[in-house]
Design a protein around this ligand. Structure first.
Ligand code: ZN
Length: 301
């Protein structure tokens, strides 16, 4: 008798090391594509045509010289065509994408309570975070397709996969995503208004508000506080390091998008648990009247 599809233990299949290796390779290839996006999108060039070519001499790049990470090391960081130096960031973006894909896979497929359906939306979000970060570093702006695009994709994914927000219906998934986007956008806008009033200087741009809106659409309202707090702490340390490392002064312009992206990635790996614990603690200590014993029964139990 042939086993029916429903008889296959899908989780066991997804948990095999071969599948992890496959996910890592997918990440490397997507990372390679992100490099193309990072270079071409701010220049308003199409990302799919023409194929990869040398930015200096224009020669097409042969497939064997276009293997993620490996080719950079085999060619010792120089182009095969004209010997121009290739920035190390190309292979870092590829390796980072591969590692993040693998880490998300491990998180959502290998945990106690596997939720493999969450891997795809969050891998998409992380890809957008990486590309937006590099573009923000290069050009001090984040193109709308990574910010408004993230809001749109977050709404779509949340409607199709309501478990992203621990919801069970499509309407509830959409609503949670909508509030995440709205609170992300307007809260950071508010913070920036206060910031420019206090420091008399534009600290953030509209791209940053839209960017946090996109993160909120994927991660929900609870993530917004975490992302704002963590990004401003990491950003402040970075700013101080630059000043004391004599790499810049108080006036040095630093893009804020990368810190938002770092905080959003940290949400997956500890931030969500920390925030959930904090909210629980707050409810127990502040919102529960003294003397009342709080029980953890779910409604309907
Ligand atoms: Zn060349």
């Amino acid at each position: 008798m042939l086993a029916g599809l429903q008889d296959i233990d899908w989780i066991v299949l997804l948990q095999t090391p071969l599948f992890s290796a496959f996910i890592f390779c997918v990440g490397l290839c997507i990372g390679s594509f992100l490099n193309v996006c990072i270079y071409r999108i701010p220049l308003d060039r199409p990302v799919t045509y023409p194929g990869s070519h040398c930015a200096v001499c224009g020669s097409p790049i042969a497939w064997q010289n276009n293997i993620p990470v490996l080719s950079w090391w085999l060619l010792r960081g120089r182009a095969a065509c004209c010997g121009v130096k290739i920035d190390w960031r190309y292979w870092v973006v590829e390796a980072l994408t591969g590692c993040l894909y693998l880490a998300l896979w491990h998180h959502y497929v290998h945990g106690e309570n596997p939720q493999p359906q969450l891997w795809l939306p969050y891998a998409v979000l992380c890809s957008m975070l990486i590309a937006a970060t590099c573009i923000d570093i290069d050009h001090f702006m984040i193109p709308d397709r990574f910010t408004l695009g993230a809001i749109a994709l977050g709404l779509i994914f949340s409607t199709l996969i309501p478990s992203m927000h621990e919801k069970t219906t499509m309407a509830a998934g959409f609503t949670a995503s909508f509030w995440g986007a709205a609170v992300g956008f307007f809260l950071l806008w508010g913070v920036s208004q206060i910031g420019s009033f206090v420091f008399r200087k534009e600290a953030m741009g509209a791209g940053d508000f839209k960017f946090l809106g996109g993160m909120g659409a994927f991660l929900g309202v609870a993530s917004i506080g975490w992302i704002i707090v963590v990004s401003s702490i990491v950003g402040s340390f970075f700013g101080l390091a630059i000043i004391f490392g004599k790499q810049g002064s108080w006036g040095t312009r630093i893009p804020y998008g990368p810190f938002l992206a770092i905080a959003a990635v940290a949400w997956f790996f500890g931030g969500k648990d920390a925030t959930t614990d904090w909210i629980q603690n707050f409810q127990d200590r502040v919102l529960t009247p003294p003397g009342e014993v709080r029980t953890f029964q779910q409604p309907g139990e």
